[in-house]
Design a binder for this molecule. Structure first.
Ligand SMILES: Cc1ncc(COP(=O)(O)O)c(C=O)c1O
Length: 406
């Protein structure tokens, strides 16, 4: 017989997942309800309203996709892309490549443009590519945890409208930690996950879409044969090729129609609801400031240790920091020592950055002073143990000074 689950008390300081807020874990221990129970429908409606607050939107269609963050990406792309549509994907890290791959599977003619990892796109470049390719859809990450960079998006929505393209934004890594006013920035569809700045576990993807996107989706609506009532008409657009990620069906399921689709992931809805409540109780500006402060203090500490930060610092995400592994240090051995001796997890990296940088997250429940200080103190010891020379004690002092200077 396997033992009862008893995970080590890790401090998760990687690029996600992070430790869940204990309030979220408590909400998840509540008993299940049937998905058409009036009390549960009320919880669903509350979730929509809470996430309107989180996304800073009035969008009617603000709901949860059951699955990890990529389920939100897949639902958006599968429902927006019709086979043969041209889709522009600006790639500034691994999660841009993910959108290329999903868009291709949806039958899109994908135009991928790339910039070096550690940089983002200038607005003029995006405008030029929009004019050149005239895509039906632009799909882009807000923050890409693989490079720790955040793409400025304030102007892109307007540009996309001017060129008659829809804009999908993957805000998995930033929602709740960096400002993302969906309506003010004219973002058509945005999705996220819980396991980063929202302080929850992965497994639910909050998503919002506006009327421009709705129009494109509902013309593809069709009702499953077993649910169809006499006289009901399908839309005249091509059927969305995924059933699970068919946003037209999921909208019918979340609406007053309550048309059956999948069995709701009840416990994940409880989690998502509590994540939003925690965030809105703190206040969005306060949560963003907390993330920025933790990031600033972490960076000050790393630099005081003599380490070099990765990437264009003007466009660094507020919640994940890339730092070069110093010469002579075995990056994986250091991560192992952090885990085994201190119960602290930090992130490795992918693709061209593999073996070159570590990624340290300060987000959600862990965007806290004590978590930052403990991580710096532990990293300093681990580096010293590998004979890397550094000024002992400087990192924690610098981080404390950064917090004091706020
Ligand atoms: C920007 C971005 N998009 C998508 C994902 C994928 O999320 P998930 O693993 O929850 O499916 C991640 C995960 O790190 C991410 O950072």
């Amino acid at each position: 017989m396997a033992e009862q689950i008893n995970p080590a008390p890790r401090l998760l300081m990687g690029p996600g997942p992070i430790n869940a807020d204990p309030r979220v874990l408590r909400a998840m221990s509540a008993q299940l309800l049937g998905q058409f129970d009036p009390q549960f429908r009320q919880y669903m409606a509350e979730c929509s309203e809470l996430y309107r607050g989180v996304f800073q939107t009035k969008n009617r269609w603000t709901l949860l996709i059951d699955g990890t963050a990529r389920s939100g990406i897949e639902a958006a792309l599968a429902s927006l892309i019709e086979p043969g549509d041209r889709v522009l994907v600006p790639v500034f890290g691994r999660f841009g490549h993910l959108k290329v791959e999903i868009a291709r599977r949806c039958g899109a003619e994908v135009v991928a443009i790339e910039t070096e990892w550690g940089s983002v796109f200038a607005a003029e470049v995006l405008e030029r590519e929009l004019k050149k390719h005239r895509p039906k859809l632009v799909a882009i990450s807000h923050g890409d945890t693989s490079t720790t960079m955040a793409q400025p998006l304030a102007e892109l929505g307007k540009l996309c409208r001017a060129h008659d393209a829809l804009l999908y934004v993957d805000a998995t890594a930033t929602l709740g930690g960096m400002d993302l006013p969906v309506d003010a920035w004219q973002l058509d569809v945005v999705s996220a996950g819980l396991q980063k700045c929202l302080a929850g576990p992965s497994g639910s993807a909050p998503l919002t879409l506006n009327e421009r996107a709705e129009k494109r989706i509902v013309r593809r609506r069709h009702i499953e044969q077993g649910l169809k009532k006499a006289g009901e008409q399908d839309g005249d657009g091509p059927v969305i090729r995924s059933n699970y990620f068919d946003l037209a069906m999921i909208m019918d399921y979340w609406s007053e129609k309550a048309l059956n689709h999948h069995t709701e992931a009840t416990t994940m809805l409880y989690a998502a609801r509590e994540c939003a409540r925690i965030l809105l109780q703190e206040g969005l500006p306060q949560a963003c400031a907390r993330h920025a402060a933790a990031s600033k203090a972490l960076c000050a500490g790393l630099q005081a240790m003599g380490l070099a930060l990765f990437g264009d610092q003007k466009h660094k995400m507020a919640n994940v920091t890339g730092v070069h592994i110093p010469a002579g240090v075995d990056g994986e051995k250091a991560r192992r020592a952090l885990l085994e001796d201190f119960n602290i997890e930090i992130g490795t990296s992918f693709g061209p950055l593999h073996g070159k940088i570590w990624r340290i997250g300060t987000m959600g429940y862990n965007a806290r002073k004590d978590a930052v200080l403990m991580t710096l103190a532990a990293l300093e010891t681990v580096l010293s143990q590998q004979q890397h020379r550094l000024p002992r004690g400087a990192a924690v002092d610098a981080a404390l000074a950064a917090y004091r200077a706020l």
